[in-house]
Design a protein around this ligand. Structure first.
Ligand code: HEM
Length: 507
């Protein structure tokens, strides 16, 4: 477990960071770490222990710190993020991306005690409840068919197809935009905006996040002033949330809007308190939050699956055999097949464990002073759960860094990654149920119609050979595989025909 503590010079408010599960990281601007705070790298004046923050694969370094500083694992996450959720559910203050770019109007980084956050969260939870997500099964199946047809007809661009599929599901659910329609423009903009946000939320991306007073520097001050980035980022974020929302409003006025999260909530003004304007803002920003948070995570999970299948042909074959024996070759997988495919479900768990999409979930900020196991945890400390380390901490006869779905079929399987990959306590991912269905349908549909294998290369004698595949992942909030090659081929003409028919019927 890691704890990081700091006091901001400008506001005189304590901020800091506590990293659970691996080690303790102290980040102190005004004072050195006291003996009472959890152990961690020593702090320097002004920058505190930010000097020690590893900018490449920090989850690995935090795992080492766990051993160096003797801090402990799951227990702290449960004790703090779950049981003391009233203290540990705030988010760090992101001066640039939050305050200056205005992203702090959306639920994922909004302050915990903000009543607007509570309303947004309530709307999202209702719209994505177990009952509510049933109505999206059809959309998810149609998108899976379109994605598979794109894999078969243009396999080289598999990455684009997977990204578009994840974006289409979220666009259809949030705004009711037709899954095969001209929504590409929104999705492309969402991707660019998410990429910008991902970079901007990395620790150390802006000095103004560490020393907030720097936000006042004029735009012409090089390196230190965040203003130019902030202006551009704000415009991108506002376009991301406003354009599709306004589209729904226009379609509702014309009577042509399809059912969706936004449509249903705007239609049901009984949710609104006295202030309609405030309610509309809550719908606008909660829809924007789902749209922003829901696409990239699902997409990354599908890419990790493709990597694992290319590297493990035997596992893919076993999964295909299981699927074939349940559904045959005349129809694509359906959501009703969930629960009947234990091996494939073990593969999905292993994908989510082996390379968790958000290795640190989304960091938290401690609301008030706290004491945990005799250690002082000052208000403002930032808590980062090392979710990646939880995935690696599996008691199993199989090495943790190897992709082995069988570990989840043992008598005493490891903890289900669904209990940590989606975060914790009061900020747990509200899109979990929708995401699980999407991942299931996209993955089983690929297994139904495609063989995924290592890429080919031509050797010095002009012969075609299988290439090695070594994939690196980005160090960012959502950790993506960097561009990689793989071969995607149809399993049979008959299966391709089934996919073609299913995708052709999508409007
Ligand atoms: C495989 C897919 C997904 C993964 C792995 C994932 C994971 C996560 C994680 C780790 C968090 C942080 C939770 C915490 O702070 O403890 C989160 C938050 C969030 N997720 Fe997801 N997510 C996925 C899909 C989705 C989808 C499909 C949606 C929307 C439909 C969504 C919407 C959100 C929102 C709005 C938050 C912020 C919640 C808050 O701060 O209260 N996610 N997600």
């Amino acid at each position: 477990m890691v704890l990081l503590e700091a006091e901001s010079l400008s506001a005189g408010v304590s901020t800091g960071l506590m990293i659970t599960a691996t080690c303790i990281f102290l980040y102190t601007l005004q004072r050195y770490a006291s003996d009472l705070t959890p152990p961690g790298p020593f702090a320097l004046p002004i920058i505190g222990n930010m000097w020690a923050f590893p900018f490449t694969k920090p989850w690995l370094a935090f795992l080492d710190w766990r051993d160096t500083y003797g801090t402990r694992r799951y227990q702290a996450i449960d004790d703090l993020l779950e049981k003391r959720g009233n203290l540990y559910s705030d988010r760090p203050r992101y001066t640039v991306v939050g305050e200056l770019m205005g992203l702090d109007r959306g639920m994922p980084i909004m302050q915990y005690d903000d009543p607007k956050r509570r309303l947004q969260r309530k709307l999202a939870r209702t719209a994505l409840s177990a009952d509510a997500v049933r109505k999206y099964h059809g959309v998810q199946s149609r998108v899976a068919a379109l994605m598979c047809w794109a894999f078969l007809s243009d396999p080289g661009r598999f990455r684009d197809h997977a990204r578009l599929a994840a974006g289409r599901i979220i666009m259809a659910v949030t705004y009711g935009l037709p899954v095969s329609g001209a929504e590409h423009e929104y999705i492309t903009h969402a991707e660019e905006t998410m990429e910008m946000i991902t970079q901007a939320t990395m620790p150390g991306a802006f000095m103004a996040d560490i020393i907030p007073i720097l936000k006042h520097l004029p735009a012409w001050v090089p390196f230190l002033s965040p203003k130019r980035h902030a202006r551009k980022g704000r415009a991108m974020i506002e376009r991301l949330v406003e354009t599709p929302f306004n589209h729904v409003v226009e379609e509702m006025a014309a009577g042509t809007a399809l059912p969706s999260f936004t449509h249903d909530l705007l239609d049901d003004m009984s949710n609104a308190a006295e202030d309609d304007g405030e309610y509309k803002q809550a719908v606008l920003w909660s829809a924007g939050s789902l749209y922003g948070a829901g696409g990239e995570t699902t997409y990354t999970t599908v890419l990790v699956f493709l990597i694992c299948m290319a590297q493990h042909p035997q596992i893919q074959k076993k999964a295909q055999e299981e699927l074939d024996s349940l559904i045959g070759s005349d129809r694509m997988p359906a959501i009703t097949d969930r629960g009947k495919l234990p091996y494939i479900e073990a593969i999905i768990k292993e994908v989510m464990r082996w390379k968790v999409a958000l290795p640190f979930a989304i960091p938290r900020r401690v609301d008030r002073d706290d004491v945990y196991k005799g250690y002082r945890i000052p208000a403002g400390s930032i808590v980062i759960p090392n979710v990646w380390a939880m995935g690696m901490d599996v008691p199993s006869k199989y090495p943790a860094d190897e992709f082995v779905p069988e570990r989840f079929l043992e008598d005493r399987p490891p903890v289900d990654p669904a209990t940590y990959a989606f975060g914790f306590g009061r900020r747990v991912c509200p899109g979990k149920l929708l995401a699980e269905n999407s991942v299931f349908l996209l993955i089983t549909s690929i297994l139904f119609c495609c063989n995924v294998s290592l890429p080919f290369t031509v050797d010095e004698y002009g012969e075609k050979r299988r290439a090695e595949m070594s994939v690196e992942f980005t160090t960012s909030l959502v950790s993506y595989p960097l561009p990689f090659e793989c071969t995607i081929e149809p399993r049979s003409a008959g299966r391709s025909e089934v996919v073609k028919r299913a995708s052709a019927s999508v409007e």
